[in-house]
Write a protein that binds this ligand. Structure first.
Ligand SMILES: Nc1ncnc2c1ncn2[C@@H]1O[C@H](COP(=O)(O)OP(=O)(O)OP(=O)(O)O)[C@@H](O)[C@H]1O
Length: 698
């Protein structure tokens, strides 16, 4: 009986098909998977370049394309489309084996030949070629074969390469794209190829190559597994992992490791696989992230990946605050949590009483970002403290006054048995220091870019320093709060252990390009203090350009939003696959009301409310972090709103903070845009945000 494998792209095709057609595909393949003579269902195709491709009939209109290697018993479903389209797809395609990775690759020979022909006929100019800086030997070592080498040598800009995305052998395309984006051959090797160990690659053995291509091809054991995969095409991350993702998730490390990568590159996916891997080995794992909403998604995803309750019982999925609160409750006793408003009032009173010439927001931030962040306990230490990123210079007299205010604030908290999230964490770290054993063997942190140093100290104290202690995934381009931390300063030593993921699996290339342009001129460091960029971050998917709409009034903008959302729903997108993001809660709530008035079920997601089925999710840009939707509308991208006037420190008051505030607002728009899988709608009323000039070329 032949074995069946499903190519990832086949699942992607399936998502696009109308439901009745998708159902027919499932029925056909169900029967196909059960039969001992699967070959009997396959039809030979005339006039195609590679006879190893066969077709399978879905109904009168639709056909599937199957790869049937000369040897071996593995059949791989590659593509599904209408008869003519499926035939057009397969006619000039050819399968081959990548000689560096041993993976199976597919290319469109005719388009490559045609493009090279065109380039040969273009008169030779003295323009530099795209890969002049890389030798033939290096390209070959990275798996570039003869045809692709000739092609690569003709290219003068990256656009010529991108124009053939989907038509070139995938890994070779990734390698060339990475090199064109400025990555070194070594970086390309580690970040895109992975440290493969394939001793003897037989270029003729497509069957063996297919079995190695686990990031693209999933082997299914039986009809049930096949149905399971088809039933949850968006959950294909459970099965398909890029070699680099696989390596990052399952390796052993001598100590803590940082995994960076742009949006949608699978950092969360890798964190989940890692959690399961370590728990299966018997370790006690804390899987933590920034907000409770995100921990709820992590728990759900984890249950898709692992069903063994015993393994699951070894993984705690909690926010750092939840861990800290429990520790303090259990070991110190109960306390009251100081609310935001109340905290402001205390600072306001202290400021007035002490006649301080500084805004209360400044005092609040000074306490959080300097005193708590650096664990400063005495005036002396505060006088000597470095105030990186705080901009405004303070003389000794001013520092002394601030210190008195801080001491008074902390005294008031202590007298009234009040705690803030930060002081709970500070206390929890002390508790952990006094325990006889560590609560966890491994800590995995997702969305680590926004954690405050006090939270990092809890994590550091929760796990013994040593092999596989902390596994940290972060994208500092998505930092949307003011917490800039250096891991070394909180006792986490990476010792150079850092990997970057480059392939985006969520967002179309068009949306990714638009969003990345938002941060093109920003200088951003990773958690280890090293400059990081989005070079080489690319998507395998293509779609339409983000839609931009400027309205005269807020009313007209919301009317257009209703129209857009209705259009998406009419096109078959389910309401829960749609997200709407606004900079302010007020605008978000108005949008939810406008949608509801138009008869569209919409929910405003707040701190305590997550999305539900049958509703469009409307929320703030901050709460969009970590979520994803097929279609996203980002509204109110107007001057004065993004950047939000009240969130940016005036340049005259403090130049550094001003710059940081602007960068954070850009990151916020970047985060909101990159939540979209297929469609992105950006709108504003009145003057557009100054940030839009760059990305839309306006
Ligand atoms: N190897 C893979 N194959 C298929 N889909 C994948 C793969 N890796 C990730 N994905 C999908 O890509 C999307 C983004 O993954 P994930 O949320 O892990 O990325 P991320 O890097 O954490 O994103 P962000 O930083 O933007 O929150 C998810 O829908 C996930 O299912």
């Amino acid at each position: 009986m032949p074995r069946l494998a499903i190519h990832q792209d086949f699942l992607r095709d399936l998502i696009r098909l109308e439901r009745p057609v998708a159902q027919k595909v499932l029925d056909t393949l169900g029967k196909f998977g059960q039969t001992a003579h699967a070959g009997a269902h396959l039809e030979k195709l005339q006039d195609i370049r590679d006879p190893r491709f066969k077709s399978i009939r879905i109904d009168r209109q639709y056909r599937g394309i199957v790869l049937v290697p000369d040897s071996g018993d593995l059949l791989t479903l590659l593509h599904v489309d209408t008869h003519d389209e499926a035939y057009a797809w397969v006619r000039n395609r050819r399968v081959s084996v990548n000689m560096a990775t041993g993976h199976m690759e597919i290319r469109d020979d005719a388009i490559i030949a045609e493009t090279m022909d065109g380039l040969t006929r273009t008169p030779e100019t003295t323009v530099d070629k795209l890969f002049d800086h890389v030798s033939d030997g290096e390209l070959t070592r990275l798996g570039i074969d003869e045809q692709m080498l000739r092609f690569a040598r003709m290219l003068t800009d990256v656009g010529m390469l991108e124009a053939l995305d989907g038509k070139l052998p995938q890994t070779q395309f990734d390698v060339l794209f990475g090199l064109a984006a400025g990555m070194s051959p070594e970086e390309v090797w580690t970040d895109l190829v992975g440290s493969v160990d394939v001793p003897d690659i037989d270029p003729g053995d497509v069957s063996a190559a297919t079995e190695r291509t686990l990031h693209k091809v999933a082997l299914v054991d039986g009809p049930e597994e096949l149905m399971e995969l088809f039933a949850k095409p968006f959950d294909r991350w459970r099965v398909y992992l890029h070699p680099v993702q696989r390596e990052v998730a399952f390796r052993s490390y001598a100590g803590s490791i940082q995994v960076t990568g742009g949006p949608g590159t699978g950092k969360t996916v890798v964190a989940l696989h890692r959690a399961r891997h370590l728990a299966r080995r018997g370790g006690r794992v804390l899987l933590t992230t920034f907000t409770a909403t995100l921990t709820r998604s992590l728990s759900e995803w984890l249950r898709l990946l692992e069903t063994d309750e015993e393994v699951l019982s070894r993984i705690d999925v909690l926010t750092v605050d939840q861990v800290a609160r429990k520790l303090v409750n259990d070991h110190v006793g109960s306390f009251a949590l100081l609310g935001n408003e109340e905290e402001k009032q205390i600072w306001r009173r202290i400021r007035r009483r002490r006649d301080l010439d500084l805004p209360e927001k400044f005092l609040q931030e000074e306490w959080r970002q300097v005193v708590l962040a650096q664990e400063i306990g005495t005036l002396d230490d505060y006088l000597k403290a470095r105030r990186v990123g705080r901009g405004r210079r303070l003389g000794s007299l001013q520092r002394t006054k601030i210190w008195r205010a801080v001491t008074e604030f902390e005294q008031e908290l202590a007298e009234r048995r009040y705690r803030t999230f930060e002081t709970i964490c500070r206390e929890a770290t002390r508790v952990l220091g006094g325990l006889a054993t560590f609560p966890y063997d491994h800590v995995i942190v997702d969305e680590a870019q926004d954690l405050h140093p006090v939270r990092w100290r809890v994590l550091r104290a929760a796990v013994p320093e040593g092999p596989d202690d902390l596994f940290i995934t972060a994208d500092t381009h998505q930092r949307i709060y003011d917490n800039r931390v250096s891991l070394a300063a909180v006792g986490i030593r990476l010792g150079g252990r850092s990997t970057t993921l480059r392939i985006n699996y969520r967002t179309t290339g068009e949306i990714l390009t638009w969003s990345c342009a938002m941060l093109a001129d920003e200088k951003i460091d990773d958690l280890d203090g090293r400059r990081t960029d989005l070079a080489g971050c690319r998507s395998e998917m293509r779609g339409s350009e983000p839609e931009m709409f400027g309205a005269a009034t807020r009313h007209a903008e919301l009317a257009r939003l209703v129209e857009t959302v209705n259009g998406w729903i009419d096109a078959g997108v389910r309401p829960e696959e749609i997200g709407v993001a606004a900079r302010s809660e007020t605008l978000g709530q108005s949008a939810a009301e406008a949608l509801a008035l138009a008869g569209i079920g919409a929910l405003f997601l707040s701190r305590d409310r997550d999305g539900t089925t049958d509703h469009v999710s409307v929320t703030t840009m901050h709460r969009m972090k970590g979520l994803e939707f097929r279609c996203v509308a980002v509204i109110g991208v107007s001057a004065g709103q993004i950047p939000a006037d009240n969130a940016v420190t005036p340049l005259t008051e403090d130049a550094t903070t001003h710059r940081n505030d602007l960068q954070r607002e850009r990151c916020l728009l970047f985060v909101a845009g990159t939540r979209a899988r297929e469609r992105l709608h950006i709108s504003w009323h009145g003057e557009p945000s100054p940030f839009l000039k760059l990305s839309s070329g306006r």
